[in-house]
Design a protein around this ligand. Structure first.
Ligand SMILES: [Zn+2]
Length: 146
């Protein structure tokens, strides 16, 4: 949740200089998503630039991503993770989909609490409306609750 709060927080950059008149300008900026997707893919920037080491910091992603703060009565359920093992120059990918880990020719069932590691860098989540939501709010006119 912390990543989303950081992404969507309002900012008031100090010392912003107007490109045209070169004067200091007071402004507010914010970022939002007008239309949320059915499949929300979250990619961590583990590879920042050439000659920089891969960032292996642990970033957790809950099985149920509660986003009601940003989109009413809605959450996303995690169903897939891509993990990368190695460096920027070489490495190996593993994928987990619906609690099965795919590693070349090996497929194994995996416990949900073992999916997220410090090597995870792409999370696949699927839109889910809470069952008790009212019909007054709808993102997609054709959406059916899962
Ligand atoms: Zn100006």
């Amino acid at each position: 949740m912390y990543c989303f709060e950081e992404l969507f927080k309002d900012e008031s950059p100090q010392d912003y200089v107007c490109y045209n008149c070169q004067s200091k300008v007071s402004l507010n900026s914010s970022f939002g998503i007008k239309k949320w997707p059915i499949i929300l893919i979250i990619q961590l920037l583990r590879f920042s630039a050439f000659d920089m080491p891969k960032m292996n910091k642990m970033v957790s992603c809950p099985i149920t991503l509660e986003l009601e703060k940003f989109i009413p009565k809605t959450n996303y359920n995690l169903f897939g993770v891509i993990s990368h093992y190695g460096t920027l120059k070489y490495g190996h990918f593993k994928a987990t989909v619906n609690w099965y880990k795919f590693d070349d020719n090996s497929v194994k069932k995996i416990a949900p609490n073992n999916i997220i590691t410090s090597n995870a860098f792409v999370f696949f989540t699927k839109f889910r409306v809470k069952k008790n939501h009212s019909s007054s709010f709808s993102i997609w006119p054709t959406h059916q609750c899962l």
